[in-house]
Design a protein around this ligand. Structure first.
Ligand code: NOJ
Length: 550
């Protein structure tokens, strides 16, 4: 049955173990703390947790510099604590996916240490080397302005090594069969410990060949190999790829036969969503949705507003990007790498009403929504921290010291203490008791989203609202339909939408007690307040009663 594919209609929540909950008072979040918060996540309605890297690491890039793939960094507890957590998550029906960071290792990884000794060393060929400095050593930096080069000289081996990211993250040589076998071993290991799949870091770079002086090629076949291995080991485990690519390239990553990535983050739609929020014009977002519409039947988009990195606006035109900068990141200190904004959602968007609008839009995008910890309570950022650390401050649980995150005086990143985003004002404990809080709004939205399986499973259509500010979407699945409308303008808008089909004459509002009746056979007139949104079920309220199987 197609509806056995859990990832088609999930709610994914991403978090860093280190900033979520510290149980032993050492100032760093750990698995035991996370386990204690599983009730909170279950009550929020999350169905899958995506854990950012927690393996042993010098931690120079938030754990994305791994020095041992087969363990848990001591700061976060033990392997036993991980297994206990994964078991408890399973008990609550929550799946766990983890980052698979295999484009590169830390330069402290024993493989790289060995590789550097000399060109004949055991692990030398596990990395990418050049005898002479490659001509393009200053090209292709992912972190321009911070990263100095993509090739760095290693004195001991008297060779240059390639690193797509920082110089302490040497790229693994995927062309080497031994490396590919080791990656399978890593995947197999974590699958045995209970994970349901991987968020695959930096996919386009993993599969890119790096032979100095030669053109780079992408070896997509490797993704098929990765997928086959995964599926043999665990039938319902998934790969969620991080690949910020153009719409025409998507199919190479999903695979024509749907035999590569199960899911990919829809970075393209994310950028046009920010553009729509900044400009009030929903048309480019509608175009982005259409451009990314065609994906294999078993594939799914991961949709999101914010993640643990900067808002990457690299796919927008210069003019479009400027509009987003002007609205959401006007100070140079808010911008990063010449392409993005290093802020949390709440400080960019403003008040709760606007945040709810943005989240309502996210939940009604075709795909599976991916939330970032703390966004459900509207947490802020700390721009005094380095680069992307601005959006990685500890979870604000209560108004107790250190936001209830830790009892230690010294913690992994400082909590937000001052101003409107301080933990004394914004925290879970306070919002839990306030029926009008963003937290409680998010809980009801997640419940409603789950009750609208048409969005995850169905086909969608962009409705003609004849209004540039209003995005109308219709989702159809098994003879049930959902219609959503979002007004990106601050001013009220009057729209007319045609809802085809025999039940199109009536639409029931899923959020408040109200029904829209067509004024002609299929045409509905709806007046949306500024930044207003509507969710309707076509025909009747309860899809379960009407559900028709095919
Ligand atoms: C993408 C991750 O999202 C980012 O945080 C990290 O710095 C790079 N990959 C390198 O692993």
């Amino acid at each position: 049955m197609i509806d056995d594919l859990w990832y088609k209609n999930a709610v994914i929540y991403s978090l860093d173990v280190g900033t979520f909950m510290d149980s032993n008072g050492d100032g760093c979040g750990d698995f035991e703390g996370l386990s204690r918060r599983l009730e909170y996540l279950a009550a929020l309605g999350v169905t899958c947790i995506w854990l950012q890297p927690f393996q042993p690491s010098p931690n120079l890039d938030n754990g994305y510099d791994i020095s041992d793939y087969y363990g848990v960094d001591r700061r976060h507890g033990s392997a036993g604590d991980f297994v206990d957590f994964s078991h408890q998550a399973k008990q609550r029906g929550i799946k766990v996916i983890i980052d698979l960071v295999v484009n590169h290792t830390s330069d402290q990884h024993p493989w790289f240490q060995s590789a550097c000794q000399d060109p004949n060393a055991r692990y030398h060929d596990w990395y990418v080397w050049a005898k002479k400095r490659p001509k393009d050593y200053l090209k292709g930096m992912v972190f321009p302005g911070v990263q100095k080069a993509t090739w760095t000289y290693n004195k001991a081996s008297r060779h240059w090594y390639f690193h797509r990211f920082y110089d302490f993250q040497p790229d693994l040589n995927i062309a080497n069969l031994e490396v590919r076998t080791e990656i399978q071993r890593i995947m197999g290991y974590w699958l045995e410990l209970g994970v349901s799949g991987f968020r695959v870091d930096a996919v386009p770079f993993i599969i890119e060949t790096q032979e100095p002086g030669k053109t780079h090629r992408r070896q997509f076949q490797y993704l098929t190999e990765m997928r086959s291995f995964l599926q043999w080991r665990e039938g319902d485990a998934i790969l969620l790829g991080e690949a910020n690519v153009l719409p025409k390239e998507n199919i190479d990553y999903f695979g024509e036969e749907g035999d590569r990535m199960h899911m990919m983050f829809n970075f393209y739609v994310n950028q046009y969503l920010f553009y729509a929020l900044a400009s009030g014009d929903a048309r480019p977002l509608a175009r982005a949705l259409k451009a990314t519409e065609k994906i294999p039947v078993f594939a799914q988009w991961g949709t999101f507003l914010r993640n643990h990195d900067e808002v990457d606006l690299g796919r927008l035109t210069k003019e479009e990007r400027q509009i987003v900068y002007d609205k959401f990141g006007p100070d140079p200190g808010m911008q990063l790498y010449g392409r993005g904004i290093r802020r949390r959602l709440a400080p960019m968007i403003g008040d709760q009403r606007h945040l709810e609008f943005a989240y309502s839009m996210l939940f009604s995008l075709p795909g599976t929504p991916v939330l970032r910890y703390g966004d459900e309570i509207g947490m802020g950022d700390d721009l005094s921290l380095n680069e992307r650390d601005a959006v990685r401050t500890p979870m604000q649980w209560s108004d107790e010291p250190q936001a209830g995150f830790s009892t230690s005086k010294k913690i992994v990143h400082p909590v937000i203490k001052d101003g409107v985003w301080s933990y004394e004002r914004i925290n879970v404990a306070a919002q839990r008791r306030d029926p009008n809080s963003l937290l409680n709004w998010t809980v009801s939205m997640i419940r409603m989203r789950k009750e609208c399986p048409e969005i995850g499973w169905g086909n969608f259509e962009v409705l003609n609202t004849r209004n540039p500010c209003v995005l109308g979407l219709r989702f159809d699945w098994r003879n049930n339909s959902i219609v959503t409308l979002h007004n990106f303008s601050e001013k009220p808008q009057d729209v007319v939408v045609a809802i085809q089909g025999e039940r199109g004459g009536t639409m029931v509002n899923l959020l408040v007690n109200d029904t829209s009746t067509a004024f002609s056979q299929t045409r509905h007139r709806i007046i949306l307040e500024g930044h207003g949104y509507r969710w309707y079920r076509v025909g009747g309220l309860d899809y379960v009663l009407r559900r028709e199987k095919y």
